[in-house]
Design a protein around this ligand. Structure first.
Ligand SMILES: Nc1ncnc2c1ncn2[C@@H]1O[C@H](COP(=O)(O)OP(=O)(O)O)[C@@H](O)[C@H]1O
Ligand SMILES: [Mg+2]
Length: 357
């Protein structure tokens, strides 16, 4: 890999958001949000539309001011520092390039504003374009590039100024699915290469789990849980997080002494102890399997997902469950099957059930 950013030599800076509140009229967009990013870490803010992700990012960038709370970067209090003095690179959902400028000039633009001379900024911009794999297109106009290429230019432009923090607000959501996956991997590679502390906002759980060192799941202006992708997936601290991070089945059951009784099976419940009673248990499709006997069900539909297959089955009580299984099993619509719950329930909330997402 060729880069002149000297990978690893620019250690990122720590970011500290403390007790941020942002009130719009009667609406609390942020409600005491506290978030720490380690130097060089990539943290995803993941949550549904309207939960306050963009507001948090804009406050970190200095584009909006918190009603209360503080912003620190590298140990310096920036709470009242204007955006143009904060040294942050940003990429938004819309590419926002200058269409009639060359790709190179687009990337060099921030350096020009900072008074870097022409030769130096061309070299730097060229290096950044090599870093995102677009070196050969530098003399094209931005408008001649595809959406995915334009977003790589936007990334190169954000990184050209060697920002202390990189901020990405749903940078992939305007792109089609295949480009989205390619580009998210590319962003992660580049981010690891340059070592810039990065806050990546998305509402797409798969994207967050794929790129982040840690994911912060947001709900109504606050962080509900923060952890590594593995921690969030296997040990969600609430039904909201479990639902948001990965597909789950909702199964009525009864909680007794830390285990859930569902359809005749007793499953240990992960997480903190809860009072006994009627619950809705959350069970991952990969924790249910077909068996020679057990819970009777009828196959509704089955889809091939490449490395696994996911099959919907209907139980006698008319509820539908998702089962994830090996591609060597080929259930057909209408087949009678038996199910076994393999391991545990990841979460349970007292009935009435959690609202549907
Ligand atoms: N400038 C604004 N004026 C009034 N309300 C706003 C403004 N910006 C955001 N909000 C509100 O704050 C909440 C959080 O918005 P936002 O941070 O954009 O959410 P997200 O990025 O997670 O979709 C929403 O209820 C939104 O309507
Ligand atoms: Mg947003």
């Amino acid at each position: 890999m060729t880069t002149t950013t000297q990978p690893g030599t620019r250690a990122g800076l720590a970011v500290e958001l403390t007790d941020l509140t942002r009130v719009y009229g009667s609406n609390r967009a942020l409600d005491g949000l506290t978030l720490h990013l380690e130097p060089g870490e990539l943290v995803c803010l993941l949550g549904p539309s309207g939960c306050g992700k963009t507001t948090a990012l804009r406050i970190l960038a200095g584009l909006d001011e918190a009603t209360s709370g503080t912003v620190e970067v590298g140990g310096k209090d920036l709470t009242h520092t204007p955006a143009n003095k904060r040294d942050m690179g940003m990429v938004f959902q819309a590419y926002s390039l200058f269409p009639h400028m060359t790709v190179l000039d687009n990337v060099a633009f921030g350096l020009k504003l900072r008074g870097v001379d022409k030769a130096q900024r061309s070299t730097k911009a060229g290096d950044m374009l090599d870093l995102v794999g677009l070196g050969v297109h530098k003399q094209k106009f931005a408008s001649q590039l595809s959406g995915g290429q334009q977003q790589r230019v936007a990334l190169a432009r954000a990184l050209a100024i060697e920002p202390s923090v990189l901020l990405l607000d749903e940078p992939l959501s305007a792109l089609d699915a295949k480009v989205r996956v390619q580009l998210r991997d590319e962003i992660r590679r580049v981010q690891l290469d340059v070592g810039t502390t990065t806050l990546f906002v998305t509402h797409d759980q798969e994207e967050a789990l794929a790129v982040a060192d840690r994911v912060a799941v947001m709900n109504a202006g606050n962080i509900e849980q923060i952890g590594t992708p593995e921690e969030l997936y296997t040990q969600p601290s609430s039904a909201f997080v479990a639902n948001f991070v990965g597909l789950t089945n909702r199964v009525p059951g009864e909680l007794r002494g830390g285990a859930v009784l569902v359809h005749g099976a007793t499953l240990p419940l992960l997480g903190a102890a809860q009072p006994d009673g009627q619950v809705t248990a959350l069970i991952r499709p990969e924790n249910i399997e077909f068996a020679p006997d057990g819970l009777a069900a009828t196959v509704v539909a089955s889809s091939f997902l490449g490395n696994v297959r996911r099959t919907q089955v209907r139980l006698a009580d008319d509820s539908v469950l998702s089962v994830q299984h090996d591609v060597s099993e080929h259930p057909q619509t209408g087949d009678g099957v038996f199910l076994r719950f393999k391991s545990h329930a990841i979460s349970a909330s007292p009935t009435p059930a959690i609202p549907s997402s």
